[in-house]
Design a protein around this ligand. Sequence first.
Ligand code: GDP
Ligand code: MG
Length: 166
Amino acid sequence: KSGFIAIVGRPNVGKSTFMNRVIGEKIAIMSDKPQTTRNKIQGVLTEKDVQMIFIDTPGIHKPKHKLGDYMVKVAENTLNEVDAIMFMINAEEGYGRGDQFIIDRLERINQPVFLIVNKIDKVHPDQLLQLIDQYRTMLDFEEIVPISALEGNNVNHLLGVLKNHL
Ligand code: GDP
Ligand code: MG
């Protein structure tokens, strides 16, 4: 099994932290060249029965200038080509306008979207459940997976969930 998985989310939700945890810092830094940073940063996770190619997609936010318009288009093209999309949110901050911009884009894409609620180490379980209830009505998510990219909670479970969809 192998497949491409795009990670989208507002700045600071934890996309790079997740990539570093899963791929290892060395490779994440190696591929972080100036020309790839704007479009895609890829990391490959190879295990005995699966290969997952992660693409950090930082370009999806409301453009402030022409170059930004172009970057959103590039990012949207990427999303149309992958096998699965991780839409990452920050449990601590909750819903924001930046999320709505991304959700509006994801509505037009047919690929399966997984809602990844990150930074669960920072919130009370009740707050987490409330947040999940709020988000589940916003888009038809394939699955909702809470994690802590920083501490590693539930990250292996998430990899298993993604693997099942490849
Ligand atoms: P990105 O902009 O989406 O790539 O976000 P980063 O990966 O750069 O993370 C932004 C900040 O959030 C950093 O200070 C991380 O250490 C922190 N962070 C990321 N994941 C977690 C998490 O699961 N828990 C906590 N407490 N902090 C996190
Ligand atoms: Mg980042």
